[in-house]
Write a protein that binds this ligand. Sequence first.
Ligand SMILES: Cc1cc2nc3c(=O)[nH]c(=O)nc-3n(C[C@H](O)[C@H](O)[C@H](O)COP(=O)(O)OP(=O)(O)OC[C@H]3O[C@@H](n4cnc5c(N)ncnc54)[C@H](O)[C@@H]3O)c2cc1C
Length: 412
Amino acid sequence: MRYDVLIIGAGASGLYCACRILSESGVRLGIIDSNDSVGKKLLMTGAGRCNLTNYDMDPRYYMTDSPEMLAGLLRRHDENAALAFFRDELGVLTAERDDGLCYPATFRADTVVNAMRNYLIDNDADFILNTQVCSISRDDGGFTVNGSLHSKTIVIAVGGASYSLTGSNGSIIKLAAPFTGRGDLAPLYPALVPLKTLEKDITSISGARAYCDLKLYEDRRSDKVLAESSGEILFTKYGVSGICVLDVSGYAVRAMAEGKRPVLSVNLLKMSFPKARIEVETNLLNFPDRSPSQALNGLVRDDILAIILDRINLTEVRHASDLSRTDIDNITECMTSFKLTITGSLSFDNAQVTNGGIMLSSVNDQMELKSTRGLFICGEALNCNGICGGYNLQFCWSSASAAARGVLSCLN
Ligand SMILES: Cc1cc2nc3c(=O)[nH]c(=O)nc-3n(C[C@H](O)[C@H](O)[C@H](O)COP(=O)(O)OP(=O)(O)OC[C@H]3O[C@@H](n4cnc5c(N)ncnc54)[C@H](O)[C@@H]3O)c2cc1C
């Protein structure tokens, strides 16, 4: 059997690319996956509810080598286009939360997987499951996959290296190797991943959560901010997690790979130093006979407060009125910039996405590898990863749609 297009990977991007192609043309399409079923990772997304996209879409929410190219991709097939395709072609109604996050109206990821699988069945796609692709080579009429499957065009949609039990095991590196040169591939690192910290005093508050503003600095002495976010931080036995930590984690992992020792500055009061100092001083003045921790525990939860007072050697102070101006400065500084030195991250198997992959600058705006006519790449296998909130799936929809256009124009 000779295919017009073989898609390697039946995850979010491979399935969507296949649906987009077959919605335009009845080409001979095969979709290959090493798993015995399709969309295994997609079923896990959004805690089983599938956060499909986000109405606040912008390239600044992504790490990539080419924000300009990303902007074009997100513009040409944006969140409205993706949601319209889900509704009009795939029959999936969607629901928007107050914060702009979009889900299928059923709030079930299997709705999304079933809709794409059934659409492909209806449109005569061949599912080639339980098949690990180990090689892609050029042949006269296009490409040969695993030495026996032939196709005029190929779409590589194998994902990155995160959650390898779902099938994405970093195979992009091997599969693309015959077609790529130096500079086409960024090394793979975990992203959206919990971080380990040097400071062990926080292990005593494992499980505690707090709302905060976060800044990630390049290192302790630098004032270069690598990334910022806001939200709930979760303290753990090894360090920190929570969505705001995951959102900056890719930058921390990258910095560590470059030999830096990045530092998180946690603003537990979510306000500037001068404003925070007024709040701290007011409480201390209002409750002069209380211990500092009793006077201040309306500002910061008392288990974190105990660590703060310990870090600045004030645990022995009996009364709020005994604190000096410098003590008040130090308390405020620690509450608005609680420092955590990052020493590592959890592994790929705890990372929601992968940073790295085929450079966006190495493909054209139809996702075709610039060096190889007929070979397309989409989804997480590309060097583009977003923060939490539907950004990674939107990149799948946008890049898969561009690849579908490329395949169809290549076949014409
Ligand atoms: C727990 C979790 C929750 C998430 N929640 C969200 C969310 O709510 N919203 C959001 O936007 N993003 C979310 N993400 C990220 C999102 O799931 C991914 O970015 C997205 O699934 C990537 O899709 P993909 O098609 O590029 O790769 P994948 O979904 O990883 O699919 C790749 C497929 O290729 C197959 N494959 C790989 N190598 C080979 C090979 N050599 N031969 C044959 N088959 C191969 C794999 O088996 C797999 O099925 C989440 C991720 C995780 C882990």
